[in-house]
Design a protein around this ligand. Structure first.
Ligand SMILES: Cc1ncc(COP(=O)(O)O)c(C=O)c1O
Length: 378
């Protein structure tokens, strides 16, 4: 397979209509593809003269709801806003506890704190199953437990049968953090549609990137109404409604937020959504290549690609890697929490996790470069 160079990659990207890599990595951790369809969608939204939440946001919501097979989808400013709204909608507040895996991005824990509730960190299932361990969640349930946040790590669905049964029998709400999982399914059901609410992120490194952005979905009409109000200041009518003459004034019925998405990102989101299935398949093919080349080689276990101390060697090879999100319970802001519990599997696994580059337009040459760098570093 031909060797790749920085100049070669930049030239290939330009030929593809893709801008040259900004950071100078031969293989960046993630990458967005820019083409005429994306540019046209964004430009049309800009030229429409209506930039805040309007028809393109409504269209993206309709498309996303249909894609997931849910009744309600609300576009929001980012995935963190989706989590905050979801937690508030299911009633989390002061004196509540919310279960959440520690091996997770910090957004869920932070937003639990913003509601006034306390996060209770739970362990992951095993070294080769980085999702929440339902039996550890069961042990963590107490009289104050209001909700359980599950995160489908890397788009791999959690053990939702056990989780939903646990939530049903113990009377707690399920908030799905599906930031990594748009289009992923569990027994034929879309991730994000099995709990009370499902939260998605459209951050640049996600499967449906719009820069910033997100979506919250639910089938529950009452939750949907709360989310609709909380997303935009608790107002009963939006600027867009008034612009169209559908409302002349408004009331404010709860203390809400401004978590709205804008038209330019929504326009990009619709294009990205139309490509999501194909892009997810491309990612799956690339993951299969990684697996075939790395799993079981030099003591490497997928999803563990290498130990963090191999990072400098990977960087020297021009391959950007990242230690995946450190466990939240070890961060300064969370270390002193009264609700801290022993998380042996998380602690054993976290220091050995390494995230490898993955984006749909990655070439086999890119994968080979990563694989060679990993093997050289292990
Ligand atoms: C698992 C997870 N949840 C939530 C978020 C927050 O999403 P956003 O960055 O769109 O606020 C992220 C990533 O950014 C994430 O990885």
């Amino acid at each position: 397979m031909a060797a790749i160079t920085r100049a070669g990659r930049a030239a290939a990207n330009r030929a593809d209509g893709v801008r040259p890599p900004e950071q100078g990595w031969l293989v960046p951790l993630s990458d967005v593809r820019i083409d005429e369809e994306i540019e046209r969608a964004a430009l049309e939204a800009v030229r429409s003269g209506w930039w805040s939440m309007g028809p393109r946001v409504a269209e993206l919501e309709r498309e996303f709801a249909a894609f997931c097979g849910v009744t309600h989808a609300f576009a929001v400013a980012n995935g963190t806003a989706a989590l905050h709204l979801g937690l508030l909608a299911v009633g989390c507040g002061s004196r509540d506890e919310v279960l959440v895996p520690s091996l997770n991005f910090v957004a869920a824990a932070n937003t639990i704190c913003h509601t006034g509730a306390a996060p209770v960190f739970c362990d992951i299932a095993a070294a080769n199953d980085l999702n929440l361990d339902p039996s550890d969640a069961e042990r963590a349930i107490g009289p104050a437990t209001r909700a359980l946040v599950v995160m489908h790590y890397g788009g791999h669905p959690c053990r939702m049968d056990e989780i939903l049964e646990l939530a049903r029998t113990r009377g707690i709400a399920v908030v799905e953090d599906a930031a990594h999982a748009p289009g992923a399914t569990w027994r034929g059901r879309m991730c994000g549609t099995m709990g009370d609410v499902g939260c998605f992120s459209f951050f640049s490194n996600k499967n449906l990137p719009t820069g910033e952005g997100g979506m919250i979905v639910t089938d529950d009409d009452a939750l949907a109404e709360r989310i609709r109000l909380l997303r935009s200041h608790g107002m009963t009518a939006l600027t867009w409604d008034r612009h169209r003459g559908h409302a002349h004034s408004y009331d404010v019925v709860t203390h809400g937020y401004n978590y709205r998405l804008d038209e330019i990102r929504a326009a990009i989101g619709s294009v990205q959504l139309s490509r999501l299935k194909e892009q997810n398949s491309k990612r799956a093919r690339l993951v299969a290549l990684y697996r075939a080349a790395l799993d079981g080689v030099n003591g490497i276990v997928m999803p563990f690609a290498a130990r963090p101390e191999t990072d400098p060697a990977m960087a020297a090879a021009g391959v950007q890697t990242s230690v995946h999100d450190p466990p939240i319970h070890q961060f300064t802001a969370y270390r002193a929490l009264e609700t801290q519990r022993a998380l042996p599997v998380t602690e054993a696994v976290a220091s050995r996790l390494l995230t490898l580059p993955l984006y749909p337009h990655m070439s086999e040459t890119d994968v080979s470069a990563v694989v060679s760098a990993v093997l050289a570093a292990t």
